[in-house]
Design a protein around this ligand. Sequence first.
Ligand code: CP
Length: 302
Amino acid sequence: MNKSLVSIIDYNKDEILSILNSAQQFEANPNNDLLAGKVVATLFFEPSTRTRLSFETAVVRLGGKVIGFSDAATSSASKGESLNDTIHMVSCYADAIVMRHPLEGAARFASEISPVPIINAGDGANQHPSQTLLDLYSILKTQGTLENLNICMVGDLKYGRTVHSLVHAMSHFNPTFKFIAPEELKIPEEYRVFCKKNKINFSESVELNDNFNDADILYMTRVQKERFQDLMEYEHVKNVYTLHNDMLDNTKSNLKILHPLPRVNEINMDVDSNGKAYYFQQAQNGLYVRQAILSKVLNVID
Ligand code: CP
């Protein structure tokens, strides 16, 4: 059976909790031979630091081997080879494929033609499920629960795929969302419809200010320059919100600030030393969560 992870909605609540439980075990013991003899391909048609390197570290620390490319310009895609043919070829060499691609739906297409599991490492502005699982792990670690939390999401909620996946995933846990974005970057209608259909409370605002004082999680995001057709529009919104340390004075004691990274100007460096900043630990958690994902799709754990 092909156990691809294309969208977070591919996993039900029990499967999500099982991954988080496995991640906890990998955090306690990140080095073993679970993937000995396995080859994992990382195909990155778009730039990445955290996702690619944490997946590759996850494989290596579990005793497996990595092949792949970090830049499509060095692959035969640059000569015109189709995604169909690339996936057919790489699946001859690898036991699983981790793929980032600029086109929405590329990972779903790959999963439908590939004989080996596909892990979506981000498809355009659509979904980034492994990021979501590490976000959930970070929320669980810092809050002690995933249930009944106030989650404030800030920035580019239109193109931010991590936001889209997180809205879906948190729907299992009765969240209350506050979406803070400029008009141009509001969360797409399909996610508002999703919240209404699933009876999830949410509100929207264009103001950051102290609009997050009741939040348990403040999820900051970068304005996704690479998704804009019109760079003038990007210039208009690129610095719309910047979080500074003094804006955290009246926030809840349990608040944690998450950001999928990379950041540009959304979080001033004076926040980094505040105990509420958690984005670097969040990225580290990605290693353990990706070890859990790889182990699941490669069927080396239950
Ligand atoms: N969070 C994330 O996807 O980071 P990278 O683009 O560096 O992989």
